[in-house]
Design a protein around this ligand. Structure first.
Ligand code: DGL
Length: 242
């Protein structure tokens, strides 16, 4: 039982976006170990054929399963809104999705990738209130060390909608959250607190909290890049050994 409890929790995304989720997980669960897989070389997922995204994600999940993990956080809205149920039903470990919080209201809009916009989840909960960006995640991915002065205005200038609250439906957008707030004066919302609550629920339910020295491991072709981004952008890893 102790050996199982000390297995890491896997966190996956198409690239750097999920590092913003990893940051929150590390701060909330200082005794847990994490393993991060970013599929950066194949990113973005948001405008690729869903069949191609699916086969990447299942291959990555299978490799993490074989390595040994006690849970999986899908730190990607695109994957979560399309494949969460299939992944959850296939694997024995707990699976926590990243999905935008559902908030009603005329001025509340969801910002997300083109593929997330096509999902049943979004069609059901955000009909007529979606702003999809086909290339924004990739632009963030490619400029991740130079986002302090990133100009968000061109992305929103042609909108004829009165947006008051922007729900961030892509983990990459967290990297420009302060730019959105400052430049556009919008309130932003994400679903990260729900992820933390769900992970805690699963750890508690299975009595599988770790009691060993925590560690963060980066895997996949872009492991060095993701480690560098995590260290530079989020600056700390608490008591975790990286
Ligand atoms: N970060 C991902 C999401 O939350 C995917 C972005 C992309 O690769 O297009 O949707």
């Amino acid at each position: 039982m102790r050996a199982f409890n000390n297995l890491p929790i896997a966190v996956i995304d198409s690239g750097v976006g999920g590092l913003s989720v990893l940051d929150r997980l590390v701060k909330r669960f200082p005794y847990e170990s994490f393993i991060y897989y970013g599929d950066n070389l194949f990113a973005p997922y948001g405008n690729k054929p869903l069949s191609a995204v699916k086969s990447r994600v299942f291959a990555i999940t299978e490799s993490l399963y074989k390595r040994g993990v006690k849970g999986l956080v899908i730190a990607c809205n695109t994957v979560s809104t399309h494949f969460y149920n299939e992944i959850k039903n296939k694997y024995p470990f707990f699976v926590v999705p990243t999905v935008p919080p559902v908030i009603d209201g005329d001025g509340v809009y969801l910002a997300c990738t083109s593929n997330t916009a096509k999902s049943e989840f979004v069609k059901t909960n955000y009909s007529g209130r979606v702003i999809s960006f086909p290339c924004l995640a990739k632009t963030i991915e490619d400029n991740v060390f130079n986002l302090n002065n990133f100009n968000v205005l061109p992305y929103f200038s042609k909108l004829d909608k009165k947006v008051e609250v922007l729900v961030l439906g892509c983990t990459h957008y967290s990297f420009i959250e302060s730019n959105i707030r400052t430049c556009l004066g919008l309130t932003t919302v994400d679903g990260y607190d729900t992820i933390l609550l769900k992970v805690n629920y699963h750890l508690q339910k299975r009595n599988s909290y770790s009691n060993k020295n925590p560690k963060i491991t980066f895997v996949g072709e872009a492991k060095s890049f993701n480690k560098k981004v995590f260290e530079r952008v989020f600056c700390h890893a608490g008591g975790h050994k990286i």
